[in-house]
Design a protein around this ligand. Structure first.
Ligand code: UD1
Length: 432
């Protein structure tokens, strides 16, 4: 199995423009946005959980270390299957060195409080897409009876058994909904989470918890009800397909043209992105195991505003800016979820794009063509956007700092190659 240090090794993506895309590709499991959360949820039960459809992306390697530091015995039991023995005893502490590498490690807070009655989790910092607060996580857990304080950079939380409560979120935060859901399943009495996040990854987490014996109703809607139970049992679970990877491949078809089939994803998880891409001129239709996409002409510019699910996902924003960079006409892109997600625009402009950003908005004027250049990935989706831009650029594009992309895409170059795109993941001293 590839080790973390191998995966994190630098290098670059080498991208060129090629023929229109064609062929069929299967998406990976949603390791980063669903799998990591289900790993944390496995801490709720003293038993052996098996999670399938996971890939050894860097973020999973970090989560693995977090889980081991807590006392869970975690190992790969198959190509994409992870076995988590959380029999314990657990040490309810997530160390600073790991939490700062992986924000999703904050997801152990809810399960540890529910199972151990205490947790000590390093405060994660901000990151390249803006400040990311935890106030809703804290307030929700306090409403359920936990006491929390930040001491020397650590969140120190304790409780007797958590009590079911009605929690109204100020904003449908994905992370807060997940932490409150995993905290409430073993609470005394019933909980209601209002204005809950509706992302498919929340429904996937709730389905997993229900298979463990939890009683969760309404996941995927804005009101989630949870009847607390006394205990959960360990089960096997298949993690959902990665809708963000699927959307990335759809966008690759939009930028390079062609006709492709994407398997392992569900069209309804991509409703809004498919609608926007349709307005831009990319035709998407359901297929037996996923969907097909066809793009025969240069795309048309369309305004885009990100919103929580089922709105246009913020993860797709950098990618759609790359598409709009060579579309016909001008568009305004508005980022409503994170406060600082346009850092990649300067890199795109180095390739000849005409994007002006001010605050939460960017004006993208489509140009006839981009020109390949060395550019730097700043976060996972921004890096993927630069790879896609390279597909529409004359000459060679090198996307440096590719480890950002590797965090969320197990094999972006391989997936694009399968569709005929000339993209290679070069490694220092190794070639590809
Ligand atoms: C998750 C996803 C990320 C996606 C995002 C929104 C993972 C690993 N990451 O991130 O890919 O882009 O959902 O769909 O699954 N906020 C607060 N207070 C809080 C919590 C959040 O103000 O207590 C703010 C954040 O600063 C941010 C916004 O709410 O501006 C959205 O955050 P959230 O939905 O929690 O995103 P994550 O769970 O961090």
């Amino acid at each position: 199995m590839t080790s973390r240090s191998d995966r994190a090794s630098d290098g670059w993506f080498l991208v060129a423009a090629g023929e229109p895309l064609s062929g069929t590709v299967r998406v990976s499991g949603a390791t980063k946005n669903a799998g990591l959360k289900q790993m944390a949820a496995a801490l709720l039960t003293p038993g052996v959980t098996v999670l399938r459809n996971l890939d050894p992306v860097v973020d999973l390697d970090v989560m693995l270390e977090v889980m081991r530091a807590i006392g869970a015995d975690v190992s790969w039991s198959g190509e994409s299957e992870l076995t988590i023995d959380a029999t314990g005893p657990l040490v309810p502490e997530a160390p600073y060195e790991l939490v700062t590498q992986l924000r999703a490690s904050i997801n152990v807070l809810g399960p540890l409080l529910a199972r151990c009655g205490q947790a000590r989790v390093a405060m994660p910092g901000g990151d390249n897409i803006g400040s990311r607060k935890l106030d809703m996580h804290f307030r929700g857990l306090e409403t359920m009876g936990a006491e929390l304080e930040v001491v020397h950079g650590f969140i120190e939380a304790r409780c007797n058994r958590l009590c079911g409560a009605r929690i109204v979120l100020e904003f449908p935060s994905v992370g807060a909904t997940e932490n409150l859901l995993t905290a409430s399943v073993l609470a005394k009495g019933s909980s209601v989470i209002e204005n809950a996040a509706r992302e498919p990854e929340i429904s996937d987490l709730a389905a997993f918890l229900n298979r463990m014996g939890a009683r969760i109703f309404g996941a995927g809607t804005a009101t989630i009800e949870v009847e607390g139970v006394e205990s959960l049992r360990a089960v096997d679970n298949d993690v959902m397909g990665d809708r963000i990877e699927a959307g990335t491949l759809l966008m690759a078809c939009g930028i390079a043209g062609g006709e492709i089939t994407i398997e392992g994803t569900r069209l309804e998880h991509l409703d809004m992105v498919v609608r926007k891409l349709g307005d831009m001129g990319l035709a998407v239709a359901p297929a037996p195991e996923g969907l097909t996409a066809r793009c025969e002409h240069r795309l048309r510019a369309v305004d885009v505003a990100t919103l929580p699910y089922p709105g246009f996902a913020t993860d797709f924003m950098p990618l759609v800016v790359a598409l709009l960079a060579t579309a016909e006409g001008s568009a305004i892109v508005t980022e409503n979820v994170f406060d600082n997600r346009f850092g990649f625009v300067d890199e795109l402009n180095r390739m000849g794009a005409d994007v002006r950003n001010e605050g939460r908005h960017a004006v993208v004027r489509g140009v006839d063509h981009l020109s390949g250049a060395p550019v730097r990935a700043q976060d996972v989706r921004a890096g993927a956007a630069l790879v896609l831009a390279g597909l529409a650029a004359e000459g060679e594009t090198r996307v440096l700092d590719p480890h950002h992309v590797d965090r969320g895409y197990p094999d972006l170059a391989g997936k694009l190659q399968a569709l005929g795109a000339p993209v290679r993941r070069m490694r220092e001293g190794v070639g590809e």
